[in-house]
Ligand binder design. Structure first.
Ligand SMILES: Nc1nc2c(ncn2[C@@H]2O[C@H](COP(=O)(O)OP(=O)(O)OP(=O)(O)O)[C@@H](O)[C@H]2O)c(=O)[nH]1
Ligand SMILES: [Mg+2]
Length: 216
């Protein structure tokens, strides 16, 4: 290959790369702008069966007296908070629902909340695989909140242990807003603080563009 042909090829590759980068930037901006100034959001709640997703939603809706049953398919619940409207996609955690439903709801969600039963270490491996598999389908900048549920139970694991087990430090290399919190959907401990974080991020979406949060 002559020097001129070589140079031409380099220039073509550079132009192609720049075009691709520009498109990615435009997509990201469009995604961010789509949440800025809105007062309606969708939030997907994920986690293996019995992690406590429905209990969390019931707690937020102050419907604790309702006996929770396993979710078949998806429950759509509307929740109003701080003058904002949320549609919660409370997804069934059993495997058939994961396979058939989760992807399409995650793709549409403005924010994702993943719950792990912090007192059930036997299922940590399965939960970890599920988490990392499905989080790939979330919108690029959608905030992800990782909740250690059932923290009221005496055998619930500590945050540092679960952080390590689930390799959540990988989010430090990620551009999406991310946070981990301990909650109990049963007692309500930490539930509103957790939700506040999601709301703060969604409302201030612009400033989160390249920010990472890891609070313990
Ligand atoms: N101790 C304790 N129990 C909880 C907590 N959250 C949920 N539970 C219990 O865990 C069980 C499962 O809760 P669900 O809310 O139905 O779990 P889910 O994730 O919605 O389960 P699927 O709908 O099957 O995916 C119920 O018996 C709840 O009462 C918690 O924070 N602490
Ligand atoms: Mg449920």
């Amino acid at each position: 290959m002559s020097f001129y042909e070589f140079r031409k090829r380099i220039m073509q590759e550079k132009a192609k790369r720049e075009k691709k980068e520009k498109k990615t930037r435009t997509d990201e901006t469009a995604q961010q702008e789509s949440v800025v100034g809105r007062n309606k959001f969708s939030v997907a709640l994920l986690g293996l069966e019995r992690a406590g997703k429905t209990s969390l939603v019931k707690k937020l809706l102050k419907q604790e007296d309702i006996v929770v049953r396993p979710t078949y398919g998806v429950n759509l619940e509307n929740y109003q908070y701080r003058d904002l409207n949320f549609t919660c996609f409370d997804l069934g955690g059993h495997q058939p629902f994961r396979l058939s439903l989760w992807k399409k709801f995650i793709e549409r969600a403005d924010a994702v909340i993943y719950l792990v039963d912090s007192a059930d270490p036997v299922r940590f491996d399965e939960s970890k695989q599920t988490f990392w598999h499905y989080i790939n389908f979330a919108k690029q900048n959608a905030p992800v909140l990782f909740l250690l549920n059932k923290s009221d139970l005496p055998n619930s694991k500590e945050l540092s242990e679960i952080n390590e087990k689930f390799e959540l430090d990988k989010f430090l290399r990620n551009l999406r807003p991310f946070n981990i919190k301990k909650v109990s959907a049963l007692t309500g401990q930490g539930v509103y603080e957790a939700w506040d974080w999601v709301v703060d991020v969604l409302c201030g979406a612009q400033q989160w563009k390249v920010k990472i949060v890891l609070q313990y």
